[in-house]
Design a protein around this ligand. Structure first.
Ligand SMILES: Cc1ncc(COP(=O)(O)O)c(C=O)c1O
Length: 425
């Protein structure tokens, strides 16, 4: 036992900590019970009524959940309760072991949402962090290639680009022509990736759903294709999927599936989670160098231990997961696809707008790009926000000139209709 954990144990014996941590666990369970009750009440509401469960400003039409999510009030309140408990005796409530059962519950709920075993879940801060760890800690050799497309997000790209010049491997970006996106089929997406893979491609990275046009990449088929072509590591960016789509990541055969919990899961900001295949424990060097890594040797928890953790925030992630679970993964997906279909019909009916996202429902998500044939995307988004309280993200990228719209289940057809009208008037 190292010195830190020895002196902690001594203190806990002296302070009679086990009784106190049992009290903490009881308090966590009280908060959880209340969340359960409130979440099941919220799940009985029509999605059109569900905005009442959040604290967005009245004059706002928030259609930018892909940039950052908003937390339902019941999760905010649970978070506050955990914070108050923690602050009543911070030393004890960070190091006293009282959160252990709570952390286990978070891990189990994450595993359920990801579709994997709880022992393969690493709790992180966000997607960017996990990709930084991979780019720094994966042994690579001169001549090895990391491959991704133009749809890959900076958070899963820049780390490879920066490390490649230091460590001598190469990074190649291939193009998925933006103009072709609306007409793509699943076979096309697979073929584009297969054609881009070269003999020296050792790592393939792709977003499950990208952040510009919302192409839902066929996860299982892409992993199989990459393996068949000799790619050793497949790392997937799930920043836009956890909480939006039902997931089965373990059976896809992916090596790492990295997510942020502050978008569609509506957990407190600065929380993430990754599925990590256990074979990586022996291969990847963890980013954080802590005494905890000895403790977690042989487990994917070596990738999550960064020293003192914000437990109240982490506890609230289980409540966010519980709330989303109660809303129902299938029911949410139906709603997302319904809103998307309606938006596509509105765009098709307006000659000043252009649908820039996949038309195929199978390749679509609750994130789509609406091209402006006349106005400028950035100026239009600014006007929509300043004059009408509508929040969307502009993309001035050549070939897009689009407003990216990312509704949550509680956004309504009415809001979409208003957006389309205001965007061109
Ligand atoms: C597809 C995608 N990947 C990665 C990220 C980075 O997310 P984070 O800052 O939570 O790491 C984002 C953020 O918008 C994203 O959309």
């Amino acid at each position: 036992m190292n010195e830190v954990s020895h002196s902690r144990r001594r203190f806990l014996q002296i302070a009679g900590a086990s009784a106190l941590s049992a009290g903490l666990l009881a308090s966590i369970n009280d908060v959880r019970a209340l969340v359960d009750e409130q979440a099941s009440a919220a799940a009985r509401l029509d999605f059109d009524q569900l905005a009442s469960a959040y604290s967005l400003a009245d004059n706002l039409s928030y259609l930018n959940h892909a940039s950052i999510g908003t937390i339902p009030r019941l999760v905010q309140s649970a978070h506050g309760d955990y914070l108050r408990l923690c602050e009543s005796n911070p030393w004890l409530y960070v190091w006293g072991g009282g959160w252990d059962a709570g952390v286990q519950a978070v891990r189990a709920a994450c595993a359920q949402a990801l579709g994997c075993d709880a022992s393969h879940v690493a709790l992180s801060h966000n997607t960017t962090e996990t990709f930084s760890m991979l780019a720094q800690g994966l042994p690579m050799q001169a001549g090895d290639e990391v491959l991704f497309s133009n749809l890959n997000h900076d958070g899963a790209s820049i780390c490879w680009e920066q490390q490649s010049s230091r460590r001598g491997y190469t990074v190649r970006k291939f193009e998925i022509p933006l103009a072709d996106i609306p007409g793509l089929s699943e076979d096309d997406v697979v073929a584009l990736h297969a054609d881009a893979i070269a003999d020296n491609t050792r790592v393939l990275v792709f977003p499950h759903v990208d952040n510009m046009v919302g192409l839902r990449h066929p996860l299982h088929r892409l992993v199989q294709t990459a393996r068949a072509k000799g790619v050793e590591f497949v790392f997937v960016d799930g920043a836009q999927t956890l909480g939006m789509l039902p997931l089965q990541v373990a059976s896809s055969g992916v090596d790492v599936y990295a997510c942020s919990a502050h978008k569609w899961l509506q957990a407190p900001k600065g929380l993430g989670v990754s599925y990590i295949h256990p074979r990586l424990i022996e291969i990847v060097q963890p980013m954080w160098m802590t005494w905890g890594q000895q403790r977690w040797q042989g487990s994917v928890r070596i990738f999550e231990d960064y020293g003192t953790r914000n437990f109240p925030e982490l506890m609230a992630m289980a409540d966010a997961l519980q709330y989303q679970y109660q809303l129902g993964a299938g029911r949410k997906l139906d709603r997302y696809l319904h809103l998307r279909k309606q938006a596509m019909a509105m765009v098709d009916a307006d000659s000043a707008l252009a649908w820039r996202s996949p038309r195929s429902e199978q390749l679509g998500a609750s994130l789509f790009a609406i091209g402006l044939r006349n106005g400028q995307a950035e100026a239009t988004a600014q006007r929509l926000y300043q004059q009408h309280g509508v929040v969307v993200r502009p993309f001035a990228t050549p070939g897009l000139n689009s407003l990216r719209v990312s509704p949550n289940v509680f956004n309504t057809t009415r809001e979409l209709r208003r957006l389309m009208h205001l965007a061109v008037n």
